[in-house]
Design a protein around this ligand. Structure first.
Ligand code: GUN
Ligand code: FE
Length: 459
């Protein structure tokens, strides 16, 4: 069924501004694409099509905002999110990450429970698209794909490829075995959604070499060939942490950037997480090659001794998106990812200004909203319109309520003292939501026009 909303729409058309469309009609067709947008008050009377439902009247101080895209999270690590973060990366991987992933590979019922809960938590937190790292095991990754498809959230699912491991019970045993397994997963993941029309397919396979320390060069080369043959995306970790950089330099005598480059994996549909140690020329090369970066500021604060150089990356033309990096990051909420990205950029800017205050290194809150919506959508190849309220765009959106309609100071209210229901939503209201809002301010979420949480409208 179609959907028709009347209320305020908020979006980032450019990275430097927020557009507030007050009292608009937005219609979504049965296939989940926006078919009409126009001002209501004083404008055209609403267009109806046979069978259209009642207009959903959005309450005062409520607006629709595009859904967030989380461009880096480890689904299996949700099992133990918020554990062991006193350790440096390489030890944390040994002592927590690999163990949790292996546990899910051995226990499909637990995997199903973890992945269903993860999908639900993401949805409650406004996330409509995800780029996921899974585990090594095929069955577990198919459980993940099915959990996301069934929950109604977009999931680009990465079966991990790793033919080297510090944990002998959690590894693939050769490059050939690993590539064959990647190929098998791609086929089965595509088959899972093949009966559906293209616009209802929410899950897609992604080639996912874990990172250079766990992948032989023959494996990386073969995965690059597979990516071309299958036309699927690639993701990995790049230049993430001091201990990892030192390990690669000692083992291989070059950087992981060089190894990804010479194996053909710096390609135009790839997304690399972290990238905290990249130089300007390396960032320019990513920009030329149309590689995206997933900035994960919270986990960088724990594992990297360098902050991500976000301002420079964006100004050098790299497409930057944001990720939570669950469970290197302990928050599933992309609003925290945006806040941390801005906070880190402010510290960098303050430090740099002591030497030279002619250039700002700030990534501000408005730009962070752009990165969390349109930056992510671009990295996932969801189309130029994705993350906007534009005719033809898929309707992936969250409904945000700034104040409790019963009492302005109730649960979830942002404590506006000057609130008057007849007043319009302003930039200041949106900034306040960005700073202090959370899941209590979210009253609905739609993916491809389907209401996935809570079930307030039927489609
Ligand atoms: N590098 C390789 N694997 C991982 C992982 O699971 N988490 C993080 N943060 N970095 C990694
Ligand atoms: Fe990660």
């Amino acid at each position: 069924m179609a959907l028709i909303f009347r209320g305020t729409l908020v979006q980032c058309i450019t990275s430097r501004s927020i557009e507030i469309l007050e009292d608009h009609i937005l219609r979504v067709n049965e296939d989940g694409f926006i078919s009409d947008i126009y001002p209501y008050a004083g404008g055209e009377s609403p267009k109806y099509f046979p069978g259209d439902p009642e207009i959903i009247q959005m309450p005062p101080f409520t607006f629709l905002f595009p859904g967030f895209c989380d461009l880096h999270l480890h689904a299996a690590q949700f099992l133990y999110m918020g554990s062991g973060l006193h350790l440096p990366l390489m030890r944390w991987l040994d002592e927590y990450a690999y163990k949790a992933e292996e546990r899910l590979d051995k226990d499909p019922a637990l995997a199903r429970a973890v992945y269903c809960r993860l999908a639900q938590r993401l949805i409650e937190n406004g996330t409509t698209s995800t780029l996921l790292f899974g585990t090594i095991g095929e069955e577990t990754n198919l459980i993940l794909a099915k959990a996301f498809q069934d929950a109604g959230i977009r999931g680009f699912v990465g079966k991990l490829s790793m033919d080297i491991s510090s944990r002998p019970s959690y590894t693939e045993h050769s490059a050939a075995e690993s590539v064959a397994a990647a190929k098998g997963f791609i086929k089965k993941c595509k088959a899972l959604v093949a009966p559906l029309p293209a616009y209802r397919r929410l899950v897609h396979p992604v080639i996912t070499p874990r990172f250079v320390p766990t992948c032989s060069e023959p494996l990386l080369k073969d995965l690059a060939v597979l990516a071309s043959e299958e036309g699927v995306r690639v993701q990995s970790h790049l230049a993430e942490a001091r201990d990892m950089i030192d390990y690669v330099s000692k083992e291989y005598g070059v950087s992981d950037f060089e190894i990804f480059k010479r194996t053909g994996l710096l390609r135009d549909n790839a997304v690399y997480a972290h990238c905290t140690y990249l130089t300007d020329p390396q960032m320019s090369e990513l920009s030329r090659r149309k590689v995206s970066i997933a900035n994960c500021p919270l986990s960088n604060c724990y594992f990297s001794s360098e902050p991500f150089r976000g301002r420079e990356a964006i100004d050098l033309g790299v497409n930057v998106a944001l990720g939570t990096d669950v469970a290197g990051g302990y928050s599933i909420d992309m609003m925290n990812s945006m806040r941390h990205a801005v906070t880190v950029s402010k510290i960098r800017d303050g430090q740099a200004a002591e030497e030279d205050d002619s250039k700002s290194l700030v990534v501000d809150w408005i730009e962070s909203l752009y990165l969390a919506t349109r930056g992510g959508a671009a990295a996932l190849g969801l189309g130029d319109l994705h993350g906007t309220f534009t005719v033809g765009a898929a309707f992936d959106a969250q409904m945000v309520q700034l104040v409790d309609p019963e009492s302005h100071f109730g649960k979830g209210a942002l404590d506006f003292f000057d609130t008057n229901p007849s007043k319009a939503i302003t930039l200041e209201h949106i900034e306040k939501w960005w700073c202090m809002g959370d899941d209590k301010n979210r009253i609905g979420l739609w993916v491809q026009g389907r209401n996935v949480w809570p079930q307030v409208t039927k489609t």
